[in-house]
Write a protein that binds this ligand. Structure first.
Ligand SMILES: [Zn+2]
Length: 132
């Protein structure tokens, strides 16, 4: 996630003038303009791995979209939230938390979260024509 590598093969994720390529479950009904402002815990993807993911990921078979994202700043972490304990920190549970939340200092992070901004939905048929 930090280096914007493909979540499937680990090569550099696809990127062109419209932004970095992301493959997401289709949640366009969640809010107008989705995925604008969405927090993604999944890294981007390269063009060849889109087809691989669609074939092998059960969640994506229920509906997926490809998105180009121009602004994907790291805004937080996911991990395990802890609280102070007598013998040391005590795990409470899994969370996704922004860096702006004061509680983030109690999270043992396992991954970064990027906020997707300046998004453009791409039709799957257009991907074959995109070089990167
Ligand atoms: Zn890949």
């Amino acid at each position: 996630m930090e280096l914007l590598l493909c979540q499937v093969c680990g090569c550099i994720a696809a990127q062109n003038d419209d932004g970095v390529l992301w493959l997401q479950r289709d949640h366009r009904d969640d809010w107008p303009g989705w995925p604008e402002g969405m927090a993604s815990v999944e890294p981007p993807i390269c063009v060849p791995c889109v087809a691989v993911s669609l074939r092998h990921c059960p969640a994506l078979r229920r509906g997926a979209v490809v998105v180009r994202v121009r602004d994907c700043s790291v805004v937080g972490v996911r991990g395990v939230l802890h609280r102070p304990g007598v013998l040391g920190p005590v795990a409470i549970g899994a969370v996704t938390m922004s860096y702006g939340d004061p509680g983030v200092r109690w999270v043992l992070a396992s991954g970064l979260v990027r906020e997707l901004r300046d998004c453009t939905l791409v039709r799957f048929e257009e991907l074959a024509d995109q070089a990167a």
